[in-house]
Design a protein. Structure first.
Length: 400
């Protein structure tokens, strides 16, 4: 297998495609929002690639389509193209600007290149944060906490646990999860032992294989050998800060999910195991680095392995892990809010579909007297990207 360029990294869903051959234009529209801030713009935003949607922004009105699914599926891509044509015709809409994801290889990005109108690339997590702001009718600067599986970063890495100061038109990344290698590229989003191994290797260095828990007995020695060679050579191992992959890895360590048969299967299992009981967090590290505040879960991974070695219940470990992530995100957001002199935090990204995480982070932020924005009408996952892209592009292009 040829080395994977990070531009080609995608998270795939194994869920069956949804048929939409008989959709009418009226069926396509999912939600219409009236913006608090009007833009003298007509923007077509084409979303991401998984759970794709489109958005038509016309002045103060934004129309977000239903979700088409994974655009690499022919049926979904045809629905995507049809929806753009039908919604544009229905609303007599001719875009002045076309907005798309920063990822150059997404099919939606490639579709956007067909247009002669100005095109605006919007960073994935900035779009998430703007989407939450618009959904909540908020138009002032915020601290955005955006957590998901895969989003192409401005440094070429795979982002997925980001804390930023943001407004509609720009953002500054202030904190992020420490990078770990996504060994195997796309395979790491499916085979959950891969992010688990990467996190253990990051925590213990050269002696990492001595610390593997018993659950790794299910992984062939040959696969671990190849993992070590690949990660050492940095082949097919793009750096990532993905919180989604951390959830996958911890689910594997607890024996909850060896393979994501559908998107977020491991994360869902981990949330279910955690239940609703309160728990004490594991330790984690924060340190200032050249690109902002680095957040390291190495002490937490060590603590999880120690708990496993003593036979602690998987549910109790899962609960402690959730509390750790909630405290870590809250701490970083509080620091970012103080640095940015803002009092509002927006939560977005697919990881916040996790109710326990969403509610706990919101509770902790509120205790610090910070106002919290959470999605209302538009999904916090990638189905909300197009809304954020449209508004960000309008602001970045001066509302023309």
């Amino acid at each position: 297998m040829a080395p994977l360029d990070t531009h080609g990294l995608r998270l795939r869903s194994n869920a069956p495609p949804r048929s939409a051959a008989t959709r009418s234009p009226l069926d396509v529209a999912r939600v219409a929002l009236r913006l608090t801030t009007p833009f003298d713009s007509r923007v077509l935003a084409v979303g991401g690639e998984l759970k794709s949607t489109i958005c038509l922004l016309n002045g103060r009105e934004a129309i977000v389509s239903e979700t088409f699914g994974d655009l690499t599926r022919p049926e979904a891509y045809r629905d995507f193209e049809r929806a753009i044509d039908e919604l544009s015709a229905l609303h007599d809409f001719e875009p002045r600007i076309v907005a798309h994801d920063l990822h150059p290889s997404y099919l939606s990005t490639q579709y956007a290149r067909r247009f002669t109108q100005p095109r605006v690339a919007v960073q994935h997590h900035h779009a998430h944060v703007v989407s939450a702001m618009v959904d909540c009718g908020f138009d002032r600067p915020v601290v955005g906490v955006a957590c998901d599986g895969v989003g192409y970063g401005t440094d070429g890495a795979i982002w997925g646990c980001e804390v930023m100061r943001a407004d509609f038109g720009e953002f500054a990344r202030l904190a992020h999860l420490a990078y770990f290698p996504l060994v195997g590229g796309d395979a790491a989003a499916i085979e959950t032992w891969r992010p688990a191994a990467a996190l253990i290797r990051q925590t213990f260095g050269a002696t990492w294989r001595r610390r593997l828990p018993r659950v790794f007995e299910t992984v062939p020695v040959e696969a671990l050998d190849l993992f070590e060679r690949t990660s050492t050579a940095r082949v097919n191992s793009p750096p990532c800060s993905s919180l989604g992959r951390v959830f996958d890895g911890v689910a594997f360590l607890l024996g909850l999910c060896a393979r994501n048969q559908y998107e977020a299967e491991a994360a869902i299992a981990l949330e279910a195991a955690a239940g609703a009981a309160s728990a004490e967090p594991y330790a984690y590290d924060t340190r200032w680095e050249f690109d902002g505040l680095g957040l390291s879960l190495a002490p937490a991974i060590d603590g999880i392995l120690r708990d496993l070695a003593t036979g602690r219940d998987a549910g109790a470990i899962a609960a402690r892990f959730h509390e750790t992530i909630a405290r870590m995100l809250t701490g970083a957001a509080v620091i970012a809010a103080e640095m940015s002199r803002v009092d509002t935090v927006a939560l977005s990204g697919g990881c916040f579909n996790n109710r326990r995480l969403n509610e706990r982070v919101s509770e902790l932020l509120s205790q610090r007297r910070l106002h919290v924005l959470r999605h209302r009408q538009v999904p916090c996952g990638d189905a909300g990207l197009s809304l954020g892209q449209a508004v960000a592009a309008a602001a970045m292009h001066g509302g023309s």
